[in-house]
Design a protein around this ligand. Structure first.
Ligand code: PMP
Length: 291
């Protein structure tokens, strides 16, 4: 089945979908995006993604080409047209395609934003075997720009970070700035120590994960204590457990950091009880609220 994608108001077979070579998303990464998970044909935490999208657009003075309600209708249409059961919907909005390449923003009254969305199928994504064994991470220096709270498509450094992890035989990288972990290449980072869940406080240094927000709510429901503060790699390596969160990986245990296995005894290098519980309860809660 050929995939149907959405481009500027039209549902189009992917092979026919086109964006201008002058598009500022293409030329300058002048674009923001959201990735919403779909489980059993329903959208997970859709409102959270729309709230963050509105904020990213506002921070960049970019016009919203569609309302959240219109985007919901469009997402449901993409799910239906593509028979999507489990997977993601990727949504991107750019500052559009003025006739020439120019650093100055075009007038939004003259140049409309570009909006594109497509589905990615991932059957059974909530039953990922990786969640049963956990992932390994390496630490790398955080060399991204200073406004990581805006969800832009400038993903070259995170992409390079993933490749550094691959080369080192690991699954992902945690980025470190001034000695402290900021976040993963495409996820938020957590450790569990002395019965507390520790994760970096929000700010310009990290993306305010939609999954982070939901998981911290779930932690509270489970009467777990959360401490929002920075931690370093040494503290993470001596923690009882670690995990990461993102819209597409949900809660994923991290069992090894820079070659050091976490936990001890029979639990050494295995997913910990807190990450396992949070993953289960998060998925239960999110499925209940899915639209
Ligand atoms: N941090 C970064 C840098 C990310 O790219 C992502 C995934 N988009 C996240 C955190 C997790 O955010 P979310 O839970 O909204 O997917």
């Amino acid at each position: 089945m050929t995939r149907t994608v959405f481009v500027n108001g039209a549902y189009t077979p992917e092979a026919d979908a086109k964006v201008s070579v002058f598009d500022r998303g293409f030329l300058m990464a002048d674009a923001v995006y959201e990735v919403t998970s779909v489980l059993d044909g329903k959208l997970i935490d859709f409102d959270g993604h729309m709230t963050r999208l509105a904020r990213s657009l506002a921070e960049l003075d970019m016009a919203a080409p569609m309302t959240a309600d219109e985007i919901l209708v469009m997402h449901r249409e993409l799910v239906a047209r593509n028979g999507l059961v489990d997977g993601m919907i990727y949504l991107q909005i750019t500052r559009g395609a003025p006739g020439d390449r120019d650093f100055v923003f075009p007038d939004p009254a003259e140049v409309p934003s570009t909006i594109v969305a497509f589905t990615q199928s991932k059957p059974g994504m909530a039953q990922s075997p990786q969640a049963d064994i956990g992932i390994s991470v390496i630490s790398i220096e955080d060399q991204r720009w200073a406004r990581r709270d805006i969800k832009t498509v400038q993903l070259l450094y995170p992409s390079m970070g993933k490749m550094m992890a691959r080369k080192a035989g690991a699954d992902d990288a945690w980025m470190v700035q001034d000695g402290f972990v900021t976040e993963g290449t495409s996820n938020n980072a957590y450790i569990v120590a002395n019965g507390r869940i520790i994760t970096r406080q929000l700010g310009h240094d990290i993306l305010a994960g939609i999954t982070r927000k939901a998981v911290l709510r779930v932690a509270e429901m489970c009467q777990l204590i959360v401490e929002e503060r920075a931690f370093d790699i040494a503290e993470a390596q001596s923690a009882d457990e670690a995990f990461m969160t993102s819209a597409s990986a949900f809660v994923m245990p991290v069992v090894q950091i820079d070659g050091v296995k976490l936990g001890d005894g029979a639990q050494l290098g295995k997913p910990g009880p807190v990450a396992t519980q949070l993953r289960r309860v998060y998925l239960e809660e999110m499925r209940k609220q899915a639209v």
